[in-house]
Design a protein around this ligand. Structure first.
Ligand code: G6Q
Length: 551
């Protein structure tokens, strides 16, 4: 089973606390000056990937203490438990095996004594056969025309991952136009379907449970749209497919079971893009690229099992625990310097915050330490002209991850050199800052008098010493994207193991699913809304009044 060690009870934690007092004031620019090999010692160089974590507020001793914390917390045992299919999601009594979906070896993977690999391969083959038929135009819509547009209807884990990957791999896209609808706000469905030809549109209903309110509402409206335009209920069998674990609900909805692509309860929603939930990806870029995505992830699965906390994922996880618990950092920015990754921060936000946003530990006790941090970000360089101001000069310490690719997929003039220059310059500036002496020199050189200089100087000083970690890949390919995603998935796993939380349940999400029901009932019934609090009642009544007035 999964170890249940409170990190704060370990000797390493106490040592880290004392060590923090020694190093908290250290300036990274001094650490670089004192140690010419700092970059080499705090970076990981692999064939197609460089992890540079030298611009972090750590010393060799910090890393050694974090490693020994991981040892005391038996992180390696936890990693092993996940990969062998133990039910490490204990609150839901489930194994956590997204790794089995990308297992490229011949080794079996057991859940409750059953090898799941034949079923995994069978579904992959089913997806491939279907994807080839749709892409080459062999799978026709109800009126005999080939499919041109695919609309994935899903939310949360059944949307964010596939949407992020489809956007990230646009360079590799084929002729199909693949779109996503998630919000229960009809505007999303209406706008995404605007101008679409109902005869050539395929809907994918992506829902693990096939009961999620938003998805089922959108699915019903999509079905009505198809039937209204095509005039026959039979069109559903050609133009709607389902990705789910819930066979009977798919059948009840009226989708042909031959067009149901199953997966299993050991695939968590936010880790499901590798499963049938990835059908939209496979349709967008083709089965070969989807396999390359799986291969990239598999490489990281192998690495994390071999290297544990020494892996790229392990280092990211240890740094996050260090900042969250010793520096009191609350948020972490993820800043991809690649336009194709514009949905990556949103994807990671769910993956990380839903996994480690917990306050009860694996012993059922409230934690006395900090757990998951707030993940946010936007692609560079856009963020530089917006929120980077607060990172540079605000009152909060915000560690940043930069994600970049050495080669552009769209080489055009000097765009890429400028993009990379901005990425590297930001890391440098955040680390070095700009001290008073330098600012004063610049202001003197600009011809200002001493009164003007004294007035302006404090605003132009940058304290620096802001940690950044850079992940630099050679090129954005399906394989490197698979690596990138898996690196962060395993960062989340290891951080959760260190923090002693259950990373693979999501009771907060389940609560959200329940909460809307009584409110909806009151809105629909237009009855007395006595059982709700005064504020909610007031909002419902105001909504009803506004609606009545305008109707
Ligand atoms: C992910 C969460 C959540 C889930 C959605 C959609 O880990 O559990 O985001 O993916 O609520 O659920 P369904 O796929 O069941 O519709």
């Amino acid at each position: 089973m999964i170890p249940k060690i409170d990190p704060t009870s370990t000797l390493s934690w106490k040592r880290l606390k004392a060590h923090f007092e020694d190093v908290k004031a250290l300036q990274m620019r001094d650490l670089f000056e004192e140690d010419s090999s700092r970059f080499e010692r705090f970076s990981v160089q692999r064939e197609n990937l460089l992890l540079d974590f030298s611009k972090n507020r750590v010393t060799e001793e910090t890393m050694a203490l974090l490693r020994s914390l991981a040892q005391e917390c038996e992180v390696e045992e936890g990693i092993k438990a996940m990969f062998v299919g133990a039910a490490i999601n204990e609150t839901e009594h489930r194994a956590v095996l997204h790794s089995a979906l990308r297992n490229r070896s011949a080794s079996p993977v057991y859940v409750d004594g059953e090898n799941v690999m034949p079923a995994v391969q069978e579904v992959l083959a089913q997806m491939q056969a279907f994807a080839y038929r749709v892409i080459c135009g062999e799978h026709k819509g109800f009126t005999g025309r080939p499919i041109e547009t695919v609309v994935n209807i899903g939310i949360g884990g059944s949307d964010l991952g596939p949407y992020m990957v489809v956007e990230a791999l646009k360079h590799y896209a084929n002729r199909l136009d693949v779109r996503f609808v998630s919000n229960v706000d009809a505007t999303h469905l209406v706008e995404q379907c605007k101008g679409l030809d109902p005869e050539t549109t395929l809907f994918i209903i992506a829902s693990k449970t096939f009961t999620t309110q938003e998805t089922m509402t959108n699915a019903r409206s999509a079905r009505a749209w198809l039937i209204a335009h095509l005039g026959d209920e039979d069109c559903i069998s050609k133009q709607m497919v389902a990705l789910s674990t819930n066979r009977s609900a798919v059948e009840d909805f009226g989708i042909d079971l031959a067009h149901m692509f199953p997966f299993w309860d050991w695939v968590g929603g936010r880790y499901s893009l590798w499963s049938a939930i990835g059908l939209s990806i496979m349709l967008a870029v083709g089965p070969d690229h989807f396999e390359a995505l799986l291969e990239g992830a598999y490489e990281e699965d192998e690495r994390v099992q071999e290297e544990g906390v020494e892996s790229v994922s392990g280092i990211l996880a240890m740094l996050s625990v260090w900042y969250g618990n010793f520096f009191g950092v609350e948020t972490h920015a993820v800043l991809p310097y690649d336009q194709y990754l514009h949905r990556f921060p949103a994807f990671l936000q769910q993956a990380d915050m839903e996994s480690n946003g917990k306050a009860v530990d694996r012993n059922g006790k409230r934690t006395t330490h900090e757990t998951g941090s707030i993940i946010w970000g936007e692609p560079g360089t856009n963020g530089q002209h917006a929120f980077y101001q607060l990172i540079h000069q605000g009152t909060k310490l915000i560690p940043c991850d930069f994600i970049a690719f050495a080669q552009s997929l769209n080489p055009t003039g000097d765009h890429h050199h400028k993009l990379m220059a901005n990425c590297f310059a930001q890391g440098m500036a955040l680390m070095q800052g700009k001290d008073e002496v330098t600012v004063r020199k610049e202001l003197v050189a600009s011809g200002m008098d001493s009164v003007q200089i004294d007035a302006l100087l404090p605003y132009k000083v940058f304290k620096g010493n802001i940690p950044t970690t850079t992940l630099l890949f050679d090129r954005l390919t399906p394989r490197s994207l698979g690596q990138l995603i898996a690196i962060y998935e395993h960062k989340i796993l290891i951080e959760g193991l260190l923090l002693n939380v259950y990373s693979f349940d999501q009771w907060g999400v389940e609560l959200g699913k329940e909460l809307a029901k009584p409110v909806l009932k009151n809105i629909l019934d237009r009855t007395e809304v006595d059982d709700l609090d005064a504020s909610t009642r007031g909002l419902i009544l105001a909504m009803q009044n506004f609606t009545n007035r305008s109707s």
